[in-house]
Design a protein around this ligand. Structure first.
Ligand SMILES: NC(=O)c1ccc[n+]([C@@H]2O[C@H](COP(=O)([O-])OP(=O)(O)OC[C@H]3O[C@@H](n4cnc5c(N)ncnc54)[C@H](O)[C@@H]3O)[C@@H](O)[C@H]2O)c1
Length: 292
C-alpha cells in the first residue's frame, strides 16, 4: 500500500515554503479525505499469482500469457508446440517477468499430471488455470471421420476436464483458485458446418457451470469466455481463402472486423483477477456481435 503524507501540518508547511519562494500569498483549505484504505494502489492485478495457460504458444493463449505476466503473474505455458511455447517464454523473460514452458498434450493424463507436478516443483502453487488449448475442425456429421470427431472432443472438452481434475486438489487445499475455460460463441449459437466443434464448446459451457456449482464452496471460481472470430492461426486455417474470410466478417460481425487475441485476454484477465470476485459460472461473450 502506498504511504501518503496526509498530515495537515505537512501540507501547510510545504505550501508556505513554496508560496514564499514564488512571492505569492496562500490560503490553506481543509478538505475531507477518505480513509487511508482508499489510497490503496494496485499496480499489478496478478502480482505473484501462479497461472497455467494451456495452448499458450499461440493466439489467444499467447496473448493471455503475455498480459498475465505484465500483470505480475508467474506464467506456465503448456502446449504441444515446443518452438512456439519456448518463444513465448523467452518473450516474457525479456519483459523482466517470470515464465516457463512445459511440453504438454492436454489429452494425455500423464502429461497433465507432469504439468501440475512441474509447476508445483517450480512455484509450489497453482492459483489460476486457463483451459485454452483447442482446435477447430470443419465437417458435417456425415462428412467428418470418427477419429477427427474423437480428436476434437478430446482436445476441446476432455483437455479442460483433465487439467481441472489435477489442478483442483491443489486449489481445494488452498481454499482458493480460479479456472477459466476458453469456449466459443459457437458453444452458444450453432452453425451447420462444424457440429462437432459446436458440441464440444456447448459441452464446455456446461462443464464450466457444473464445476462452478461444485467448487465454489471450496473457494474456486470457474467461468468461461466465448470468443467470436479472433485473428489467430486457428481462425485463418478455418477459411478457404481471404475472400471467404472477408464475407464472414461482413455478414457475421456487427463491428465488421476480426477481434484481436488481446481483446479476449483483457476479459480473461478480468476473470482471473479480484475485479471479478463475485463472478461465478458465467459465460462471457467476446464476439464482436457474432452470436447476437
Ligand atoms: N480464434 C478464434 O476465432 C476462436 C473463436 C472461438 C474460440 N476460440 C478458442 O480459443 C482457444 C484458442 O484458440 P486460438 O484461436 O488462439 O488458436 P491457436 O491455434 O492460435 O492456438 C491454440 C494453441 O493450442 C495448442 N494445442 C492444440 N492442441 C493441443 C493439445 N492437445 N495440448 C496442448 N496444446 C494444444 C496449439 O499448439 C496452439 O498453440 C481454442 O480453445 C479455440 O477453440 C478461438
Amino acid at each position: 500500500m502506498a504511504k501518503l503524507p496526509i498530515n495537515e501540518n505537512f501540507f501547510k508547511n510545504r505550501l508556505a515554503i513554496k508560496s514564499k519562494s514564488f512571492g505569492i500569498k496562500y490560503k490553506f483549505v481543509r478538505v475531507r479525505v477518505p480513509p487511508r484504505a482508499h489510497y490503496k494502489i494496485t499496480f499489478m492485478k496478478l502480482k505473484n499469482k501462479i497461472a497455467i495457460i494451456t495452448g499458450g504458444a499461440s493466439g489467444i493463449g499467447r496473448a493471455c500469457a503475455i498480459l498475465f505476466a505484465k500483470e505480475g503473474a508467474k506464467v506456465v505455458i503448456a502446449d504441444i508446440n515446443v518452438a512456439g511455447g519456448k518463444k513465448v517464454e523467452r518473450g516474457i523473460k525479456n519483459l523482466g517477468q517470470e515464465a516457463f514452458f512445459v511440453e504438454c498434450d492436454v489429452v494425455k493424463p500423464l502429461q497433465v499430471k507432469n504439468l501440475i507436478k512441474t509447476t508445483l516443483g517450480k512455484y509450489k502453487n497453482i492459483d489460476i488455470l486457463v483451459n485454452n488449448a483447442g482446435i477447430y475442425l470443419h465437417g458435417t456429421v456425415e462428412a467428418m471421420e470418427e477419429r477427427d470427431y474423437n480428436r476434437l472432443m478430446d482436445i476441446n472438452l476432455k483437455g479442460p476436464f483433465l487439467c481441472s481434475k489435477y489442478a483442483i486438489p491443489i486449489m481445494k487445499k488452498n481454499k482458493s483458485g480460479i479456472i477459466i475455460n476458453i469456449d466459443s460463441e459457437l458453444g452458444i449459437v450453432a452453425e451447420p458446418e462444424s457440429p462437432a466443434y459446436c458440441a464440444s464448446k456447448a459441452g464446455l459451457i456446461h462443464l464450466t457451470k457444473s464445476m462452478a456449482l461444485e467448487y465454489t464452496k471450496y473457494g474456486i471460481r470457474v467461468n468461461c469466455v466465448c470468443p467470436g472470430p479472433i485473428d489467430t492461426p486457428l481462425l485463418r486455417k478455418s477459411f478457404l481463402d481471404k475472400k471467404e474470410l472477408e464475407n464472414y466478417i461482413q455478414n457475421h460481425t456487427l463491428m465488421k472486423r476480426l477481434g484481436k487475441p488481446e481483446e479476449v485476454a483483457n476479459v480473461v484477465l478480468f476473470l482471473a483477477s479480484e475485479d471479478s470476485s463475485y463472478v461465478i459460472g458465467s459465460v462471457y461473450s467476446v464476439g464482436g456481435g457474432e452470436g447476437l
